[in-house]
Design a protein around this ligand. Structure first.
Ligand SMILES: C[S@@+](CC[C@H](N)C(=O)[O-])C[C@H]1O[C@@H](n2cnc3c(N)ncnc32)[C@H](O)[C@@H]1O
Length: 381
């Protein structure tokens, strides 16, 4: 893949830009395999799950800068200078097509981009997510309420100006810090969530909830998990760090009981909605789903759920905490399914689970053009 921003030196986020894709994949596979080999011994790896090299990102986190007539959507460089990245090739085409109309909308509404150097202005970031059916969730991150009403008043017309907009929200981030979003969110549209149609399941995505960056690779990851889970055929499954419920819903099967925990209340509301829709649409039954908001380590200890046969963990980059690892180690679970976006913390966590061995592993290339990858491992007691 070529990138004129990279060639010009204005954005170096894609550290592997210019490296042939097959080489990227092979290198990531060998790094992950070596880490696991060093920590837990040789492991059986399936073929890596590859990605499109470009046009794969479903979410854009755009810093808004510039002034009327010269709005930029992109990043700030090391000197806090705005860099427009609206032609970045990583985004899904349907997502990228929204950038120019969104910039026009900002102009039309006379929203003032936040100037980091002068600490003046209102609109800090645009967070835009694109669904497989072409719908968009657009979140305006503002410094204060000052210009919020302009956005609220424009909501009925936004769909005419920017194709596919289904959900619009305002997020308040008053601090003068390089934080992408704040804790206060207000959805302005009747629709509260974006529908992510993944084929077998439809996941609802509310503003304050995580979704995997690369939809096609996420579907591959969930399918693989589903296949490994069905080989094991557990009665009780726990899904820790469950987000909006992707692993849980793919794990559904008649008679199976699934319990999910996640810190974001918005994500839990989404997971509950998706699970009840799935249950209503599957006449053969998909088992039962119970989702609870809270810290995964605390929930695993205190929620009072029935003991698991299999536990799914999909934590943030920092991995799982030592206390949760100890609890899993002493639990009655015979199987663990660990999906990790950081092979270093994965390898560390596996050493904290010495009574489990890695049965199978597979790399999912969620983040082409960077050294990052997602690794799914099935562990057996
Ligand atoms: C890598 S995402 C995985 C989400 C989900 N499994 C999926 O497939 O989309 C990690 C999730 O962990 C959640 N999280 C972060 N810290 C947590 C904690 N202490 N306890 C529970 N969930 C947490 C995040 O909100 C996020 O949804």
């Amino acid at each position: 893949m070529d990138c004129h921003y990279y060639d010009a030196g204005v954005c170096r986020s894609c550290t592997l830009m210019g490296t042939p894709y097959e080489r990227q994949l092979a290198d990531k596979q060998s790094v992950a395999a070596q880490l696991l080999a060093e920590h837990v011994g040789p492991t059986r790896w399936s073929e890596p799950f590859d990605s499109r090299e470009s046009g794969f990102r479903n979410k854009a986190k755009l810093v808004v800068a510039g002034r009327p007539g010269e709005i930029t959507l992109g990043i700030l460089d090391a000197t806090q200078r705005a860099v427009d990245l609206s032609e970045c090739g990583l985004y899904e085409p349907g997502l990228q097509a929204a950038f120019a109309p969104l910039a026009h909308l900002i102009e039309d509404l006379r929203l003032l981009p936040y100037d980091v150097r002068k600490a003046r202005g209102e609109l800090k970031n645009l967070l835009v997510t694109h669904s497989p059916s072409g719908e968009l969730m657009v979140r305006f991150v503002l410094r204060s309420e000052r210009q919020a009403q302009r956005i609220a008043d424009a909501v009925p017309a936004i769909g005419d100006l920017v194709d596919g907009v289904a959900v619009v929200s305002i997020n308040l981030q008053p601090e003068h810090k390089a934080i992408l979003e704040g804790p206060h969110e207000r959805v302005l549209t009747a629709r509260q969530s974006l529908s992510m149609e993944l084929g077998q399941v439809r996941l609802h995505l509310r503003p304050n909830s995580f979704f995997q960056t690369n939809t096609d690779v996420a579907i591959g990851l969930y399918h693989q998990a589903q296949q490994w889970i069905s080989q094991v055929a557990p009665d009780v499954v726990w899904d820790l760090y469950c987000g909006v419920g992707g692993f849980s819903l793919y794990a559904g099967a008649p008679g199976r009981r699934i319990f999910g925990a996640e810190i974001s209340a918005d994500a839990i509301a989404s997971a509950r909605q998706s699970a009840s829709e799935l249950a209503a649409s599957e006449s053969g039954g998909v088992g039962s789903f119970t989702f609870a908001a809270g810290d995964a380590a605390v929930m695993a200890r205190d929620a009072g759920w029935p003991g698991p046969d299999l536990v799914i963990v999909n934590p943030p980059r920092r991995g799982i905490d030592a206390r949760l690892a100890a609890d899993l180690e002493s639990s009655g679970a015979s199987f663990l399914l660990y999906s990790s976006c950081n092979p270093v913390t994965l390898a560390r966590d596996l050493t904290r689970l010495p009574s489990f061995h890695v049965e199978q592993a597979r790399l999912f290339d969620m983040f082409p053009q960077t050294g990052h990858s997602e690794v799914l491992v099935l562990l057996q007691r």
